[in-house]
Design a protein around this ligand. Structure first.
Ligand code: FAD
Length: 423
C-alpha cells in the first residue's frame, strides 16, 4: 500500500472514532450481524433479548461449554443442601430462538476489521460485538495461589468441579477441623457471596461437625449486608464462625497449598479445608480485545454499555465496570437487556433509550433464612449511579417468618431468571 493511502486510512479511522463511533444502518440491505461472546447470565440474556427486539438481527452466541453451571445458590451445594445438577443448563432453548450457538472459545478480536476468531480458526464477522466473558482468576496475584494450588485450596468462584471439590473436602474433614475462607478486596464477583458461603458452611458444620471452627480472613473492613449477616451469625452460629477484618489481620498475603497454610501480616492459619477466593479480573478475551483497562475490568458508556476503549464492542456482566452496580447475575441480566435495546437501536441508525437498571441480591444465611439488598441505577456523571432512595436492605428486626419468606424468594428468583435465560 502506498504511504499516502495508508495515511488516508489512518486519518479516516481517527475521524471515525472522533465522530463517536458512527454506525452503519441496515434499513434495507443485509441483516445486521451481532456476535455475543459468553453464554452466561449476561451473554445468553443479551442474545435472546436481541432476537426479541428485532428478529432480523443475525445473532451468534459463542460459548466454550455445552453446559452452563450457575453460581447463584452454588453455596448451598457446598453446604450440602442442594445438588449441582440444579445449577446446570444447556443452550437448546437459546438455539430454538433462532440464535446460532457456536460452541468454542473466542481467542482473538480484530476491532478494526470487526472480526472474532475462535480457537478452532472459525472467523465470525460482526457489525456489533457484545463481550460477556465473566471473570478470570488473577493467578499469581496472591503469592502461592496458582492453578495447581486451586486443586488443593479450591476457589469455587466459577461453579462446577471446584464447587464439588470444596464440598467433598468439607465432607471428608474430621469433626474439630479448622475451615478457613479468604475473601478478596473489592471489586470482585458477587460482593455478598463469601459471607453467604461462610454462613452455609457454618450451617453444615453446626449440624454435622459441631466441634469444628470456621474463620473468614477478609482483605476488607466492611462488606455487603454486613449488619444483617453478623446479627444472623450471632444468633445461628455463635462461637463457630469468626470474621477477621483487614484491620485485625484478615488480609491474606500468601498461601502454601501443600500444607493448606494461609499467611497474613499478623500470623499463620493452618487449615484443614481452605477456600481461597482470589483477586479477579474480566474474562481473558476482554484484554485480548483491548476493552480492559489497567484495573483488569472494562470501562463502558452507561447509556449503551459500549466500551470506552473500542468502537463497536459492548461489555456486559461481571467483566464491565458498571459504576454502583455490583457484579451479580441479576445485574448481568439487567445490563443484557439494556445492551440489547441499545444495539437494536444503533444497528437501525436509531437512538438508544435512556436506561434504568435494577439489581436484587438474595443471600442465604441458612436454608430457611434469607436476606437481600436491592438497588436501582441510571446513567449519571458518566457512569451507572445509584438512584437515591430507590434501594435498600432487608429490615434488621424482621421476624424469622420474614427471613424464611426471603429464603423462598431467593429460590423463586433463581428459577425465574434461569427460565428466562436458558428455559
Ligand atoms: C458463590 C457465588 C454465589 C453467587 N450468588 C449470586 C446470587 O445469589 N445472585 C446473583 O445475582 N449473582 C450471584 N453470583 C454472581 C453471578 O454468578 C455472576 O455475577 C454472574 O454469573 C455474571 O454473569 P456473566 O454472564 O457476566 O458471567 P458468567 O455467568 O460467568 O458467564 C460467562 C460465560 O462466558 C463464557 N466465556 C468466557 N470467555 C469466553 C470465550 N473467550 N469464548 C467463549 N465463551 C467464553 C464462560 O464459559 C461462561 O459461560 C454469585 C457468584 C458466586 C461465585
Amino acid at each position: 500500500m502506498k504511504a499516502g493511502r495508508r495515511e488516508f486510512l489512518k486519518l479516516s479511522l481517527a475521524a471515525s472514532s472522533a465522530a463517536l463511533f458512527p454506525v452503519p444502518t441496515f434499513a434495507q440491505g443485509a441483516a445486521p450481524r451481532v456476535v455475543v461472546v459468553g453464554g452466561g447470565f449476561a451473554g445468553a440474556s443479551c442474545a435472546r433479548a436481541l432476537r426479541q427486539a428485532n428478529p432480523r438481527i443475525a445473532v451468534t452466541l459463542v460459548e466454550t461449554s455445552a453446559t452452563f453451571t450457575a453460581c447463584p445458590l452454588s453455596n448451598a451445594v457446598i453446604g450440602g443442601v442442594r445438588e449441582l445438577s440444579a445449577q446446570q443448563f444447556t443452550y437448546e432453548r437459546v438455539a430454538a430462538d433462532g440464535i446460532v450457538v457456536a460452541r468454542g472459545t473466542a481467542t482473538a478480536v480484530d476491532a478494526q476489521a470487526r472480526l472474532v476468531t475462535l480457537a478452532d480458526g472459525v472467523r465470525l464477522p460482526y457489525d456489533r460485538l457484545v463481550l460477556a466473558p465473566g471473570i478470570e482468576i488473577r493467578w499469581g496475584a496472591l503469592p502461592g495461589y496458582d492453578e495447581a494450588a486451586a486443586s488443593q485450596m479450591p476457589h469455587a468462584w466459577r461453579a462446577g468441579e471446584q464447587t464439588m471439590l470444596l464440598r467433598r473436602q468439607l465432607e471428608a474433614m474430621d469433626d474439630g477441623g479448622l475451615v478457613v475462607i479468604s475473601a478478596p478486596a473489592n471489586p470482585f464477583r458477587c460482593p455478598p457471596g463469601p459471607y453467604e458461603r461462610a454462613s452455609l458452611i457454618a450451617h453444615y458444620l453446626k449440624a454435622k461437625k459441631p466441634k469444628s471452627k470456621l474463620i473468614v480472613l477478609d482483605a476488607k473492613d466492611a462488606f455487603s449486608k454486613q449488619r444483617l449477616f453478623q446479627a444472623a451469625w450471632a444468633e445461628l452460629y455463635p462461637g463457630l464462625l469468626e470474621w477477621v477484618p483487614l484491620s485485625k489481620g484478615g488480609n491474606v498475603t500468601s498461601v502454601d497449598a501443600a500444607t493448606r497454610m494461609l499467611v497474613t501480616d499478623f500470623g499463620r492459619h493452618q487449615a484443614k479445608v481452605a477456600n481461597v477466593i482470589p483477586p479477579q479480573k474480566a474474562g481473558r478475551i476482554a484484554e485480548v480485545a483491548g476493552v480492559a483497562d489497567r484495573s483488569g475490568w472494562c470501562p463502558i458508556d452507561p447509556m449503551t454499555l459500549e466500551s470506552k476503549l473500542q468502537a463497536g464492542i459492548h461489555v456486559i456482566g461481571d467483566a464491565a465496570i458498571a459504576g454502583a452496580m455490583p457484579k451479580s447475575a441479576f445485574a448481568a441480566n439487567s445490563q443484557a437487556k439494556v445492551c440489547a435495546a441499545a444495539v437494536a437501536a444503533l444497528v437501525r441508525g436509531g437512538t438508544p433509550p435512556v436506561p434504568k437498571l435494577i439489581n436484587t441480591c438474595y443471600s442465604l444465611v441458612a436454608p430457611d433464612y434469607g436476606i437481600s439488598v436491592a438497588g436501582v441505577y441510571h446513567p449519571a456523571g458518566g457512569q451507572l449511579a445509584d438512584v437515591p432512595g430507590a434501594g435498600g436492605v432487608s429490615p434488621a428486626d424482621a421476624p424469622r417468618a420474614a427471613r424464611a419468606a426471603e429464603a423462598a424468594l431467593a429460590e423463586a428468583w433463581f428459577r425465574t431468571i434461569a427460565a428466562e435465560v436458558f428455559g
